[in-house]
Design a protein around this ligand. Structure first.
Ligand SMILES: [Zn+2]
Length: 313
């Protein structure tokens, strides 16, 4: 599976530039976030999960958080929180894994959650089997797929200011359609890990794809270049409205719930210092304002709502 996100990705960057006081992302952060967007699109399209797929990196360096979220219709949004200077050409570990404490989380949040249902989340460290720091997001995600799904996966990811692109090669499970969505480890799949010669050949060819090629070439050219000796069957590309596109799921109602979640005392102390409560969406840059009358209405309507139910998504 191959993805090239263009308009949806540049919209993420444009909104950051226009809406955030922090200004545009440093180039290495832009590249990381773009790779996360491409990977999240590939994983969402791969599992066809009815809910949001959220890829997060919790960093222990200058980048504290990076998030890419993709809905079943491939609507996407992404943001990163940068709290200190990121040097040009900074590596993955220099951004998010300085002390080897960084983590990567993949969350599947069902669309229609029944009360009390928790989203599924898998977490992996940003180091390999010998605790060596991983310097490619693709390696981190390959580890995740192997550990959580017992499936060999090869990912090639690349991004710049125009394109977020990725190529996913995965060994098909021995039975069923299980992949990221299939929870149970099957013995037959475990036995195949690393041993399937067809998968190994294809994966090796895929990893010869260069960053520049992935960013600039169309799918047909890439396929022919990599797999010219293989019997190829190209599926039609998903284009137009069904293709990955930017959209934010924030709403005044959700922000209101988050304000209620802060608790009445906290919100009143904010209002004691300023005329209204203002919350900006990190993903799309929209500003939500609640004056004291709005705030009073929020607490009237949700007086009994426990904070845990009021978290913004
Ligand atoms: Zn938003």
């Amino acid at each position: 599976m191959l993805v090239r996100v263009t308009d949806g990705w540049t919209e993420v960057l444009r909104r950051r530039e226009a809406g955030s006081p922090a200004g545009p992302y440093p180039v290495p952060v832009q590249h990381l976030l773009g790779e996360m967007v491409a990977a999240a699109c590939l994983m969402q399209a791969n599992i066809k999960f009815n809910g949001a797929l959220i890829l997060q990196i919790f960093g222990d360096g200058p980048v504290k958080l990076a998030v890419a979220e993709v809905q079943p219709d491939l609507a996407l949004r992404a943001t990163a929180t940068v709290t200190a200077e990121v040097s040009p050409g900074a590596s993955l570990s220099a951004m998010v894994n300085v002390n080897n404490q960084g983590k990567c989380a993949i969350t599947l949040d069902p669309k229609d959650r029944f009360p009390g249902q928790q989203p599924y989340q898998g977490v992996v460290p940003l180091f390999g089997d010998r605790r060596e720091k991983l310097e490619q997001l693709s390696e981190v995600l390959e580890h995740y797929m192997l550990q959580s799904e017992q499936l060999d996966t090869r990912l090639v990811l690349a991004a710049d200011g125009e394109v977020a692109a990725g190529l996913l090669i995965q060994r098909l499970p021995m039975e069923g359609v299980g992949n990221l969505a299939g929870r149970s480890a099957r013995q037959a799949d475990e036995d195949e890990i690393g041993l399937n010669e067809h998968y190994n050949r294809i994966a090796l060819l895929a990893s010869s794809l260069k960053r520049e090629e992935l960013l600039t070439l169309d799918a047909q050219t890439i396929l022919r270049r990599l797999f010219w000796e293989e019997d190829l069957r190209l599926f039609p590309a998903v284009t137009g409205e069904a293709a990955p596109h930017f959209a934010c799921t924030c709403s005044r109602e959700r922000v209101g719930q988050m304000i209620v979640g802060l608790g009445r005392d906290e919100v009143e102390s904010i209002l004691a210092e300023r005329s209204d409560v203002e919350v900006g969406c990190e993903f799309c840059g929209l500003q939500y304002r609640f004056d004291p009358v709005d705030v009073a209405g929020l607490f009237l309507g949700h007086g009994a709502l426990p904070p845990a139910e009021a978290g913004i998504q």
